[in-house]
Design a protein around this ligand. Structure first.
Ligand SMILES: NC(=O)C1=CN([C@@H]2O[C@H](COP(=O)(O)OP(=O)(O)OC[C@H]3O[C@@H](n4cnc5c(N)ncnc54)[C@H](O)[C@@H]3O)[C@@H](O)[C@H]2O)C=CC1
Ligand SMILES: O=C(O)C1=NCCCC1
Length: 377
């Protein structure tokens, strides 16, 4: 085995020898690979019989045989991901993203494939963080569901890859990651942009994102009052009751947002639901829905009176109907505020338009994987 291996390396290293021995090399490589595979399989079998089906990295190097990817299910992601650890990782990731240094983050605007027959989209969200050795992609389907539909409006899967070998290291549930990282980023926006004495939180929408936003906002901040609104009063009441007695269900958007210091919009609406005329001057709005260029949650009045922050400038002018159709100017990325290169106008009415970034998924997935590995050891 040893003799064959060194010969193999020589051939790989020297282009001249490769060229001269071309015919021989391909035959030889064939034999070498076969022998390596047999060697590898023997090692694999030995380990399997001891209960640990893993191929060592050196064997993988010779054969390009990958370890079996870890499968991390929803309940595991749920038990591993905690806002206390997630928020600092996301702050770092957003700061790096806004540096536009390709060794830190390469993350294009997501590719979106229309699923016309099903009124939905497949979003492909890759991200490479070279300095941290993180290569990740999320696949997320999201839909415009009709009223009363019980089908999920978003479903996601996240894949972590080894950037050197190209194999998949882990496939994990993406729904909990999407719920938690989106809410955590909104909480970061509020930490930076809401008035320091904020007392009233309003959540418009009562779905998955509404719940994750309620969870993180009440974990990180101490609001005196929480209000929720849904198009159906019954739904708003059921949601409020599921959260506890201190949450008020409101009949109209206006009633829910008047006087609120922080407003979270997490609806599937494609037309404006929140009007600037109801928003208290100095309030902070975290706008999470309306992630298509022709979808809206916020009206022109609000978009024009607010200082607009985004997660990504490129994504904002490609994907956000609220920004594109209102003609509002983007003032800064959240990462620029984190880096101190743009100010946080806490005293003004602010909108954080969230679209969701692959870099947020990458940072979250790496955190899940690190914790999963340390638990498995
Ligand atoms: N910015 C980001 O990173 C992310 C954004 N999203 C978006 O956030 C929004 C909420 O997502 P989920 O909570 O997962 O969805 P969900 O389906 O669980 O909840 C949606 C809520 O919106 C309400 N709703 C539906 N149509 C409405 C309308 N026309 N007007 C007012 N309310 C309406 C529903 O009753 C429900 O309360 C979606 O638009 C989704 O695409 C989702 C994930 C990440
Ligand atoms: O970032 C995400 O994940 C999503 N963004 C907008 C639409 C649904 C998923």
């Amino acid at each position: 085995m040893k003799m064959f291996f060194s010969l193999h390396c020589e051939i790989n290293k020297s282009k001249t020898i490769r060229f001269k021995m071309k015919k021989k090399k391909s035959n030889l490589c064939y034999i070498l690979i076969s022998i390596n595979l047999i060697g590898c399989w023997n090692k694999y079998r030995t380990r399997s019989s001891t209960g640990k089906p893993e191929v060592s990295k050196s064997i993988r190097y010779q054969t390009n045989m990958a370890e079996t990817p870890a499968l991390i299910w929803e309940h595991e992601v749920c038990s591993l991901l905690k806002y206390g650890e997630l928020i600092p990782r996301l702050e770092t990731a957003l700061g790096k993203f806004s540096n536009r240094d390709s060794a830190e983050v390469i993350q294009p605007v997501r590719t979106t494939v229309p699923l016309q027959k099903h009124s939905g989209f497949l979003g492909v969200m890759p991200c490479y963080m070279e300095n941290e050795g993180i290569l990740c992609t999320k696949l997320v389907c999201f839909y415009k569901r009709p009223t009363g539909s019980t089908l999920p409006s978003t479903q996601a899967t996240v894949m972590l890859l080894d950037p050197e070998y190209g194999n998949v290291k882990a496939i994990m549930d993406g729904d909990v990651i999407t719920g938690m990282r989106t809410a955590a980023v909104s909480a970061i926006s509020a930490k930076l942009l809401m008035c320091p004495d904020a007392e009233i939180l309003t959540i418009l929408g009562t779905g998955k994102q509404a719940l994750s936003h309620y969870n993180v906002f009440t974990e990180v901040f101490s609001f005196k009052e929480v209000r929720v609104w849904s198009r159906s009063k019954d739904k708003a009441e059921a949601f409020a009751q599921s959260l506890g007695h201190h949450v008020t269900a409101c009949e109209s958007v206006e009633e829910a947002v008047r006087g609120a210091d922080v407003i979270v919009t997490v609806t599937r609406s494609t037309v404006p639901v929140l009007s600037g005329q109801w928003v208290k001057p100095g309030a902070h709005v975290a706008a999470v829905g309306a992630c298509r260029p022709d979808w809206r949650e916020l009206d022109d009045t609000l978009m024009k009176q607010a200082v607009v922050y985004v997660d990504s400038r490129e994504a904002a002018v490609t994907e956000s109907g609220d920004i594109i159709l209102s003609g509002a100017e983007v003032f800064a990325e959240m990462g620029e505020v984190i880096n101190g290169t743009k100010p946080a106008h806490r005293e003004k009415t602010t909108v954080f338009k969230s679209l969701g970034l692959g870099v947020e998924d990458a940072a979250s997935a790496q955190l899940v994987f690190d914790k999963w590995k340390s638990k498995a050891m």
